[in-house]
Design a protein around this ligand. Structure first.
Ligand SMILES: Cc1cc2nc3c(=O)[nH]c(=O)nc-3n(C[C@H](O)[C@H](O)[C@H](O)COP(=O)(O)OP(=O)(O)OC[C@H]3O[C@@H](n4cnc5c(N)ncnc54)[C@H](O)[C@@H]3O)c2cc1C
Length: 421
């Protein structure tokens, strides 16, 4: 059996995994091998990380290198996971603006696929990147800083341009948060109050299994400014405060989740839903997610609710979030304040593969773009039409990896086949 991703639903074609000891060693490996792929923490669900060559793991390249207080940035090595960076930052008075639902993923892997958290005013995790160091297919290093011509093309790179050896991220002064969970928010509240519901806290996530016309849980993460303490609401647009900690999935241990009930804690102990030392989500699962202009969120929720009979046997839970626009070429949030409809499926790809086209058809009127790291069946021509900067990104591939050393079938299908400008 070869190497598998975190979910165990994908077996990579890689023949070997190598852990480079130094930049010189990495350079030598890149020059020696015809096909290479960097594996981050393997939390993608599709074939984007696949290779039939060798895997290179930067798992030991996990240090915080420099905290620049004057510029408000932190520079990290290309293999660091968010959990490791949070631990290092917690020793300082600085923080990140946001996290995904789990801290287990690598910073470079998250940037590569435009991974996001939630919050009307919070852009994707990739949007916090201020500079990036990339080793190209010849083993040459390039640094791109915000404002450089190619910077916006290099951050969300799908692993297609080379090896990210360093990243510099924006930091903000450390802050405390409280997490409040509410139960039973009717879908109909989104018809009038969508904007206020999603901006009612620093980060808001709505969970549903679609069987009722409502969200069974609303997770709100509230940021406390200047020491001001934040109290929860007696009623969140009809939803009522939970009286005990909850897991978004039925029958799962709540100890896996970050602390709730409004208990104050540091930013990194509240922003993710799941705790670093525990299994996130269900563990044995598949995931899909679709990102669309935010104004369509209510209509999109109704469209998916119409498919509830198809979803019921396959779905653990869905999560609806919002993400601010960014300027990164292959980001699904490019120039677009967005809403995200996420699906955590039971581990049954054959059945999920039959339902995805129905879901994608229902979401097509809203120009829903698939998450780069999750499972989708959107035809390549449709997807290519959804990313206006894709032809320019392909020029970057031609420049930094002309012979497809970092290529694979996923990139050949969705990216390399795209037209040049
Ligand atoms: C339980 C669970 C919860 C999740 N929650 C969220 C969520 O809240 N929000 C969200 O948006 N996504 C979420 N995801 C998806 C996940 O964040 C993304 O798939 C992310 O890309 C995973 O990062 P990774 O390090 O595991 O990447 P990998 O799968 O290891 O790699 C992803 C891509 O990045 C490339 N890559 C990795 N490191 C480097 C490097 N150093 N240089 C160049 N290329 C590199 C790989 O080659 C590959 O192309 C979740 C996934 C799981 C399993």
């Amino acid at each position: 059996m070869g190497y598998q991703n975190w979910a165990g639903n994908f077996t990579y074609g890689a023949t070997e995994r190598i852990y480079p000891e130094s930049m010189e060693h990495l350079q030598q490996l890149v020059r020696e091998h015809r096909h290479i792929k960097i594996s981050g923490s393997g939390h993608t669900f599709n074939s984007i990380t696949d290779t039939h060559g060798v895997f290179i793991s930067l798992r030991h390249w996990n240090r915080m290198l420099e905290l620049n207080e004057e510029r408000g940035t932190v520079t990290v090595e290309g293999g660091i996971a968010y959990g490791e960076l949070c631990a290092a930052l917690s020793e300082t008075s600085y923080a990140l603006h946001n996290l995904a639902s789990l801290p287990h993923i690598t910073v470079a892997g998250a940037a590569a696929t435009a991974t996001h958290g939630s919050g009307s005013g919070n852009a994707s995790l990739a949007a916090a990147v201020e500079a990036i160091e990339l080793m190209d297919a010849d083993g040459e290093l390039h640094t791109f800083s915000r404002g450089d011509r190619e910077f916006a093309g290099v951050v969300v790179n799908l692993g297609a341009l080379g090896i990210v050896t360093k990243l510099t991220l924006k930091v903000v002064p450390a802050y405390t948060m409280r997490q409040f969970v509410y139960e039973n928010l009717p879908f109909s509240q989104l018809a009038v109050h969508a904007e206020s519901i999603f901006s009612g806290a620093y980060s808001v996530s709505l969970f549903t299994d679609w069987q009722q016309p409502g969200f069974h849980q609303v997770w709100t993460k509230c940021r406390e400014e200047d020491g001001a303490s934040y109290e929860g609401h007696a009623d969140y647009y009809g939803a009522v405060p939970a009286s005990a900690p909850l897991h978004p999935l039925p029958d799962m241990q709540t100890e896996n989740c970050t602390e709730q009930l409004g208990r104050p804690g540091m930013w990194h102990e509240r922003l993710a839903h799941f705790r670093m030392e525990f299994t996130p989500s269900a563990g044995q699962e598949l995931q899909s997610e679709y990102l669309m202009p935010r104004e369509h969120v209510y209509e999109a929720v109704l469209a998916v609710h119409g498919l509830r009979e198809h979803l019921a046997p396959l779905l653990f839970v869905s999560e609806v979030r919002t993400i601010a626009a960014d300027d990164l070429w292959l980001s699904p949030f490019y120039n677009q304040p967005s809403a995200a409809l996420h699906f955590t499926w039971r581990d049954d790809w054959q059945a999920v593969e039959r339902v995805l086209p129905l879901l994608e058809e229902a979401l097509a009127p809203f120009n829903a773009r698939p998450h780069w790291g999750k499972l989708f069946t959107v035809p390549e021509a449709t997807l290519q039409g959804q990313f206006e900067k894709l032809p320019q990104f392909r020029e970057l591939i031609d420049k930094y990896d002309p012979d497809g050393k970092f290529g694979n079938e996923f990139l050949d299908t969705y990216i390399r086949a795209a037209q040049k400008p």
